[in-house]
Each structure stands twice: as structure tokens, then as C-alpha cells.
Design a binder for this molecule. Sequence first.
Ligand SMILES: Cc1ncc(COP(=O)(O)O)c(C=O)c1O
Length: 437
Amino acid sequence: MRSYAKSIALYEKTRRHLAGGVSSNVRYASVPVPLFFARGEGARLHDVDGNVHIDYVLGNGPAILGHAPRKVIDAVAASLGEGQLFAAQNPRETELAERLCGLLPGAEVVRFSTSGTEAVLMAFRLARAFTGRDKILKFEGHYHGWSDQAYISARPPLNEAGPANAPVPVAGSPGMPASVLGDVAVCAWNDLDLLEQTLERHRGQIAGVIMEPVMVNGGAVLPAPGYLEGVRALCHKHGALFICDEVITGFRVGLRGAQGKFGVTADLSIYAKAVAAGFPLALVAGRRDVMDTLLDKGVMHGGTYNGNVQSMAAGLAALDILEADEGKVYVDLETRGTELMQGLAALAKKHRLPILVQGMPAIFQTFFTSGPAPRNYREAAAACDRDAMLALHAALQEEGVRAQQAGKWFLSTAHDKPVIEETLAAADRAMARVARA
Ligand SMILES: Cc1ncc(COP(=O)(O)O)c(C=O)c1O
């Protein structure tokens, strides 16, 4: 048995002064306690007890190049002596903005922020200012950050969520004012008829329709063929902006994100996480006429750390690697991810465990279900045997593989063939354990 004695002791000590012992609630999802790591290197993390983990959490997505990617940290290190923040512009912003506009679908202009949550809020404000409408339409099971305006129906208890064809908005946390629910319409994802009905119900009121183009947070569910194009058309028919939250999918499922993969272009897009390979950077990219409201209509967007020197340096260095040879790294990432997905599915079959592996090679989900692949949040919630998921998570951790407790697996370019093979050998032992239990 692996020992976590030092993590347990540190957690007890940390709780005395750091509320809850963590800096993000997401980090509670760990056994036996939120673990403490000493360092990360490539595909591996080393915890304070000396356990080594092949890491498929990757900071919940950003570490697309693995931990401590040499070229990125060298570029950031070289920039440190220049200063961090000038409350003014620095030339790296010019270069990064230009390169992103040359690359990303629909990116006529970009604006930098620091976290995905903030960039989502900027997109909401832009959509409202541009359309003169107040409501945002979002989908059940989609996560767009923890703000009052966005943390609605991200993971609603089904007994509070209303009927499947007309869900009611559910606040995700105590402390959120009930008034925010009035500015949100919620719809089931992957169903154009329901979207049309919802847009009709809120005719003339919806400023923007936001979604994860692949519902990663709700179970790595892919959009049905034609769905994204259909959403875009319905948005425009109803005078609403189509907003793609590519915080996870951007720079992960392909060089041009999910929009590049599925051949659709949003009016506004939000990127964060992988864009700077682990450094804090987020952005809204989109139509010039919408983004210009920042200047023309005086739409307020601020942030002390926006465009800081080190995040810009990290973004540029990450882009150098990701863009090389027209995104060659993504070909390898897809090959490795496919091997891992297929390998895990084959192992589940071998051990007679009802595990469904779904998603995309660079970000996928393992579900315990023998039913059909879920298409939306409610189906994913029904398909998920949480106890079995937790048992598999614990068994994998014991064998040296760290996946998200909820069953998500992120891949990086550091997960090469030997790492995938080592992972599958560990997963074989872990599933044998779960099957025995
Ligand atoms: C799709 C999506 N949007 C927005 C966010 C919020 O980003 P951040 O945690 O950087 O605030 C997340 C975070 O996981 C996310 O997955």
C-alpha cells in the first residue's frame, strides 16, 4: 500500500490557516486527503511521500506539454528580469494577439484575461452590450467557471432541475443571489429542437448562447453531427451571439480547438488553460464588431494581471511548440490518446467491468455503465456509477496512475508510447483489483 502520511500531516497543518486546506474546492476530490506534490516533470508528479504518479489530471487541463516544459519555463525565466506588470502595454501582447488572430477560427481580435472564469464574464458583458439584451442561455452540465453568473446548472441535482425538456436554472453554490437565476435560460444540450423551443420561449431576450463545444465537464460528450452548425444558425436567427467556451478544448483537441475540429465558427470564443501551458492566461477572441464595443461603447473589462509579461512569454513559447509543422504535436497526441482509450476499453472487457470510454483522445472520460453512450448531462448523470468510479480511481492511484476522480483523463505531449504502455499495465492491475472487489 502506498503511504500518504506526509500529505495527511500537511493537510492537517494547512487546514489551520488555509480555509478548508485547499485553494480551490475542486481539490477536495482526492483520496485519502488532498495530496501535496513536491514537483512535476513531464508526464509525472512526485508527491511529498515520494510516490510517483503518471499524471492525467495535468492541472485540470493546462499542462498540454507536460509538467515544467523546458522551452516554456526557459522563456518565462528569461522574461522575469524585465518585470511583471506595467499597468501598461508590453510588446509581447502585440505579438501574441497577432499570432492568435492568425490562428483561431473567427478571431478578428482578442482581449487577454487571467482566468477562464473572468474571460467568460467578459464574453457575457460583451454579448449583452452588443445585443442590448440581458439573458444568457446555457446548457445543463456545462461548466463556465465559478462566478454567480455562470455557476448555474453546471451539475444540478436532478430532483431540483425541473423537466428534461424545460430545465430550471439551479444555483451551484450557497451564497449566490437568487436574482442571477432570472438572467439565465437553461437548456438540455445536443438537441436542436429543444434549443429552438427555449429560444422561442425567451424570444428577443437572449444575448448569447454559451456552451462547451464538447461537453467535457459533463462527461466528455461529443456534439451530435451537425449540432454545432445548427446552434450557430439558431443563434443568428434569434439575434443572439454564439459563444464557444474552449477553455478546455482550445489548444487541446487540436491546434484550432473544437471549432477547428468540427468546422464551425463562433461569434465569441473563450480560451484559457492549455494556451499558456500552465501559466495563468485566458482570452476572449471573436468578431471585431462585438469586441469593438470595449472601445466604442465603453464596455468595461479590467484586470491587474491581464497581459502580464510572464503569461505572454509563456503563451508565445507554448505557441511556438504547438504550431510547429502545422500542429504536428496534435497528430502524436491523437495517436497516443487513441491507444490509451482503446487500451482501457479492452482492459475493461478483459476484466468484465462495464466501463465506457468516450470523448476525444486528448481529453476523455471513463464511465461505469453498460448502457448506451450518454448524449447530455442527464444521461451522463444516470450512466455514472459513482461508487464504482471512486473504486477505480483509488485502485489506479495505488498503481501509480492519477486520473480525475470524476473519471476524466487529460493527455499531454509528454505522454509518449512508453508512458502509455506503463499506464495500461498499471490499469490492468487496477481493474483486476476492482473486479476482485
Ligand atoms: C469549460 C470551462 N470554462 C471555464 C472554466 C473556468 O476557468 P478557470 O478555472 O480558469 O477560472 C473552466 C475551468 O475548469 C472550464 O472547464
